[in-house]
Design a binder for this molecule. Structure first.
Ligand code: FRU
Length: 459
């Protein structure tokens, strides 16, 4: 039995998957493309896999959307986006080849047009739409991952790059999606590369999300007349980082929601490769909003369709140390709780994917400690195999001014996604070794548990 294969997260039947690409809505269905190796469970020979869904929860696999045009020297179809504005759906992506067409020096912007059913795609005879030469004297390397949004009557596009070994997001404009003009270095950081930029617009404000070979970062600000992002605030999008949540891709749903999906790799195993012939899952879709200048992230409401049995705890106060087992035994569940009256002495934990046998325990723990006001995802005991990364993932300054804290957790066999007050998120992978590791329990001291629900989830 494949203990680590998730039940309600999207993944292909087998083989390697990395970044989500071109997530979009077309003719009543959501489409998800993804970086895919059809030949094995390790990165290589990158195609675009394809799936669709009516509800963002139940996905149907479709034929591969993009294969490298080997006759044109293309070896990999790197990440990109979809635009569904005109007659045919269009995919924009980064074409990588051999030698001077490699990812560092010779990546190109390519386009492929889909049929009306969004089932088969053809690389355009107009390719390449752009090469790095469009930047003039700017020494652009590691140029990839187009992300396009509408602007006025036309479109703007951001791409990730590295200029003088500093990661940056570059901005372009076009009226017709074919002819593009380089505008500016939108933003630049100290990391070596910036991959998979997303540019989200919320009224006057813009949010730039980038993946710098580490935890994805967001910048909130406005774009000035020189086409530069004037950053007002920034933060870590998801503390899971390169081993838990990377290279997210977003789109606007017809009801106006901005929806984001990220790649949850297998890196926490110490090796990307899984023993079971697959590698990588996609996160649950989450909405992203800007509320009073802060980023708010929530699981999409469609996930409620997965809720099976519910267990509810009435409010209770933990004065001295106390531990309470939940009745729910599940390796795929959702848990929602709110704590109140948090102070410097408060402590609270949720343990899950847990079992004890022969004196040996495995469990993953989410812990709140009042003295440093921190939420930690602790994987030091997640797996008896000793293979699982035990890197501590945490956020500080988590309780609200009124002393409350909301934790919303989604667990699926080898994954956990934690929303902290819907302002901060931690997504991570862990690899318990026992099928019995399905216990959930909680406990704490000097804290009031206002409410708690646990649902086992089933697709
Ligand atoms: C991010 C990334 C992208 C690139 C793709 C290749 O994980 O490195 O920058 O387009 O993966 O698979």
């Amino acid at each position: 039995m494949d203990l680590h294969r998730p039940t309600y997260h999207f993944m292909p039947e087998k083989n390697w998957m990395n970044d989500p690409n071109g997530v979009c809505y077309y003719k009543g269905e959501y489409h998800l493309f993804y970086q895919y190796n059809p030949h094995g469970a390790e990165w290589g020979d990158i195609h675009w896999g394809h799936a669709k869904s009516r509800d963002l929860v139940h996905w149907q696999q479709l034929p591969i959307a993009l294969s490298p045009a080997k006759d044109k020297g293309e070896l990999h179809c790197f990440s990109g986006c979809a635009v569904v504005s005109g007659e045919n759906p269009l995919l924009f992506y980064t074409s990588v080849g051999e030698g001077d067409r490699d990812a560092r020096n010779g990546a190109q912007l390519w386009m492929a047009a889909g049929d009306q059913e969004m089932l088969s795609f053809r690389q355009s005879p107009l390719n390449p739409l752009l090469t790095a030469d469009c930047h003039g004297v700017l020494p652009v390397k590691e140029w990839r991952d187009p992300y396009i949004i509408r602007k006025g009557t036309g479109f703007i596009m951001v791409l990730g790059a590295s200029v003088e070994e500093r990661g940056c997001a570059l901005l372009y404009e076009s009226e017709d999606l074919i002819n593009w003009r380089f505008l500016s270095v939108l933003a630049q950081g100290d990391e070596r590369i910036w991959e998979c930029p997303n540019l989200l617009e919320f009224g006057e404000k813009s949010v730039l999300v980038i993946s710098p070979d580490d935890a994805p970062v967001y910048f909130i600000g406005t774009i000035n007349e020189e086409h530069r992002l004037i950053t007002e605030s920034k933060g870590i999008l998801d503390a899971g980082g390169f081993e838990g949540y990377y290279a997210p891709n977003s789109f606007t749903a017809p009801d106006g929601r901005t929806i984001m999906i990220g790649w949850m790799p297998e890196r926490a195993r110490g090796t990307y490769r899984s023993d079971a012939g697959w590698s990588g899952i996609q996160s649950i879709p989450r909405t992203v909003e800007l509320v009073d200048g802060s980023l708010v992230m929530k699981p999409v409401k469609e996930l409620e369709a997965l809720r099976n049995r519910q267990e509810q705890f009435p409010g209770r106060t933990f004065t001295q140390w106390e531990m309470v087992p939940c009745k729910t035994h599940s390796r795929s569940f959702e848990l929602l709780l709110t704590l109140e009256d948090l102070c410097g002495d408060s402590e609270f934990f949720v343990e899950f994917l847990k079992s004890r046998q022969d004196g040996k325990e495995e469990k993953t723990v989410i812990r709140y400690t009042g003295f440093d006001d921190r939420v930690v995802l602790d994987r030091t005991q997640s797996s008896l195999s000793g293979l699982c990364s035990d890197q501590e993932l945490s956020f500080e300054k988590t309780r609200r001014e009124d002393g409350s804290l909301t934790l919303h957790l989604f667990v699926d066999c080898s994954s956990a996604e934690l929303f902290i007050n819907y302002e901060k998120t931690i997504s991570a992978r862990m690899y318990p070794t026992r099928i019995e590791s399905d216990e959930v329990c909680l406990g704490g001291k000097h804290v009031r548990l206002k409410e708690l629900s646990v649902w086992s989830l089933e697709l």
